[in-house]
Design a protein around this ligand. Structure first.
Ligand code: ZN
Length: 286
């Protein structure tokens, strides 16, 4: 299990899925030929044939004051989804989370960087045919703009059987566990949200600052480290591709050649590194 220390804060990666290839639908411009030309991606983030490696994981945070926070809750078990490899999963994610020291009842905060299918799944779990909150003692922090956008989308759906909002967001809202927050919300002394718009209307990243050390959990303003080399590559799931591009350039410029640790929400192991200037773009130093 990968783990990082940022001052007094620790971040642990709890893996749900890791895959090589099959991600072209997310980044259509990332062809094997072009990826092979970005040498530093191999071996961690691409194989020698130029296929991308990607990961779906949660990041579990321990912060001073006994705070226990989960950032993004992956795909989840038993959910019926449009993407076949993400449908009806039966993984040992909750056991792994517990082995990492995060029993369900011990989590006080769930943070969703945005409300896509692979970030909200374990918000709920199936018990006796009903979706119930997986983390019954947690406050679920969800961006207000993000929630309102997906609520409107949901209201327009005829068939909700494969809707992540329906089975993974609405039940925690109805249980009274959701707190709708602004995109710059301060979670605790060490942890705050910041807007990284473009991928979705209310997308946020998570900033950690403690004892002079700093990290940024990306969410999906980039999906893969190849976008450091090609910040102009939008993901097929981006809501506003131009805004996403502007966000990547802004954040990479700010992180460039600083000691800030960038922890990727879909980066394969080692999952985190420093942003380094590379010609007129950037690379991830791991
Ligand atoms: Zn995602």
């Amino acid at each position: 299990m990968l783990k990082w220390r940022v001052g007094d804060v620790t971040v642990t990666r709890v893996l749900e899925l890791e895959a090589t290839g099959g991600s072209r639908f997310i980044l259509p411009q990332a062809t094997p030929e072009v990826i092979r030309g970005i040498g530093w991606l191999c071996p961690h983030f691409a194989d020698e044939t130029g296929r991308l490696k990607m990961s779906v994981h949660a990041l579990a945070i321990e912060a001073p004051g006994g705070r226990r926070i989960i950032v993004d809750t992956c795909i989840g078990n038993d959910k019926q989804r449009e993407i076949p490899t993400w449908s009806n999963l039966q993984t040992g994610f909750l056991k792994d989370l517990e082995a990492a020291g995060f029993a369900r009842e011990s989590v006080d905060t769930v943070l969703c960087t945005h409300l896509h299918v692979d970030h909200v799944g374990w918000n709920t779990m199936l018990v006796d045919g009903k979706w119930v909150p997986t983390f019954p003692k947690a406050r679920y922090l969800i961006g207000k703009a993000e929630f309102e956008y997906w609520k409107r989308e949901e209201d327009g759906l005829e068939d909700r059987s494969k809707s992540p909002f329906h089975d993974s967001v609405a039940p925690v809202f109805e249980a009274g566990l959701v707190e709708l927050v602004e995109t710059n919300h301060q979670v605790c002394d060490e942890i705050s949200l910041e807007p990284t718009l473009g991928h979705t209307p209310g997308h946020v990243s998570v900033r950690i600052r403690s004892k002079g050390e700093e990290a940024l959990i990306t969410g999906d303003f980039l999906h893969h480290p190849c976008q450091l080399a090609r910040p102009d590559w939008a993901s097929s799931a981006d809501y506003d591709p131009d805004a996403g591009m502007a966000t990547r350039r802004r954040v990479f410029t700010a992180l460039s050649d600083t000691p800030v640790l960038m922890i990727g929400t879909h980066f394969a192991a080692p999952t985190a590194g420093r942003v380094v200037k590379d010609g007129d773009a950037w690379r991830l130093a791991v």
